[in-house]
Design a protein around this ligand. Structure first.
Ligand SMILES: [Zn+2]
Length: 413
């Protein structure tokens, strides 16, 4: 056990150096919906030699623009705003900009992320005051550059930005409460909508509502504590989700998602339960992990600033045990879920999901169903189905802990 404890302490140090704090600052007092600036329109102009982006705002705002590599992106951080843009805004591009996304990244902060076709230089990034009748305008101008210059500029910008980033506080919420802690992780959020249904249903909303129902049910027995990685429509980077679970001393981590398939790839249906593996069960599982792992890219997170995947002899032991607990929980979950809902034809799979990488917290990722399948979609949007399925998952969590009275973390205290 000493080896494991040392391994965890070692990991704690590595993970605590992450750039983003798990604890989010409270919303500023003026963040009520009617006092937030509105973004009302967005336009692209120019060509491959110079591309211009303009966004209209109800009042002047501050901005910070920077670039990210692999894939090449330009990120513009602004205060929290309400986006009232035309439908499909950002879906198609022009010039150097292939597409752009926008949304909340944290309480008080919104973000624009531009996918660009090659290395670019930010020539201009500023906001023009509103003038009689004309709204305030954010202007971003990009020109092509080469990779070397791009990376050089990015390194300089990052050094400046790192200096004033908040530090993650390693907090162990166990305190004197000995009850096992379950972390529920609704996928996506904020700028990252996740997959979308044909009538615009967004995965991030479906899974948040589902996780809240599950939380209620798990807490009801009084036997467990529950912590959510997000409780509203904000973005949480993948590494932070793992860090939240580890810092809080979680004994079980359940990530909740809903999948979809493009029409040409057939019509899969039913729930699937995933555990972590470096070798995916099949190519569909590998593709799905890749898709879910893109959340950070979508939201403009610099993957290089995240701690490396931790590996080494110290954590091997813990990892092996964690894997076996994860697999046991996955089977228990399947057993309960299939009594109340349809499951996929091969419902237990594994692949390299970044969010399942805590070496010391048994973790599974549940794809509740496919929003691309009509029957699954009806289920996913149904109150009754959500309640029934959340009941079955709460049952499985209780069953898992009954079978592990001493729990996976017993050696760490
Ligand atoms: Zn997802």
């Amino acid at each position: 056990m000493a080896v494991r404890a040392a391994g965890w302490a070692f990991l704690g140090i590595l993970l605590a150096t992450g750039a983003l704090a798990a604890e989010r600052p409270p919303a500023p007092p003026n963040a009520s919906a009617d006092s937030l600036p509105l973004a009302t329109d967005a336009r692209l102009g120019g060509d491959e030699s110079q591309t211009r982006f303009v966004m209209d705002f109800s009042r002047k705002i501050e901005l910070r623009a920077f670039t990210l590599a692999d894939p090449y992106r330009v990120v513009v951080d602004i205060p929290q705003v309400i986006f009232q843009l035309p439908p499909k805004a950002g879906e198609s591009g022009r010039g150097l900009i292939k597409a752009f996304r926008f949304g909340l990244v944290m309480q008080g902060g919104s973000r624009l992320v531009f996918d660009v076709s090659k290395p670019v230089r930010i020539e201009k990034a500023f906001v023009v005051d509103p003038t009689d009748g004309a709204p305030a305008r954010l202007v971003l101008e990009l020109a092509p550059t080469d990779r070397e210059a791009f990376l050089h500029k990015m390194a300089i910008d990052n050094r400046a930005a790192r200096a004033d980033l908040p530090r993650a506080e390693a907090t162990d919420s166990r305190g004197s409460d000995p009850r096992p802690l379950v972390v529920l992780d609704p996928g996506h959020g904020g700028i990252d909508t996740g997959t979308k249904g044909p009538s615009g249903e967004e995965e991030k909303d479906i899974v948040l509502d589902f996780a809240q129902r599950l939380r209620e049910r798990v807490e009801k027995s009084g036997k467990y504590r529950v912590l959510m990685t997000r409780n509203d429509d904000t973005f949480v980077p993948l590494a932070d989700r793992v860090r939240i679970a580890r810092d809080a001393g979680a004994e079980l981590f359940v990530s909740i998602h809903a999948d979809s398939l493009p029409r040409r790839e057939g019509d899969a249906q039913g729930a699937t339960i995933y555990t972590l593996s470096d070798t995916a069960t099949d190519s569909a599982a590998a593709r799905l992990a890749e898709k879910e792992n893109r959340a950070d890219v979508i939201a403009g997170v610099d993957l290089k600033s995240e701690p490396d995947d931790v590996a080494g002899i110290l954590i091997d032991l813990a990892e092996r045990e964690t894997k076996s607990f994860s697999a046991q929980f996955a089977r228990k979950l399947l057993g309960e879920m299939k009594t109340v809902t349809r499951v996929h034809k091969s419902p237990l799979k594994s692949a390299g999901f970044r969010v399942l990488r805590a070496p010391d917290v048994p973790s599974v990722l549940v794809e509740l169903g496919y929003v691309s399948n009509r029957q699954d979609r009806q289920s996913l949007l149904s109150d009754n189905w959500r309640n029934r399925t959340a009941d079955s998952m709460a049952q499985a969590i209780d069953g898992y802990f009954s079978a592990h009275p001493t729990s996976a973390r017993a050696g760490t205290n």
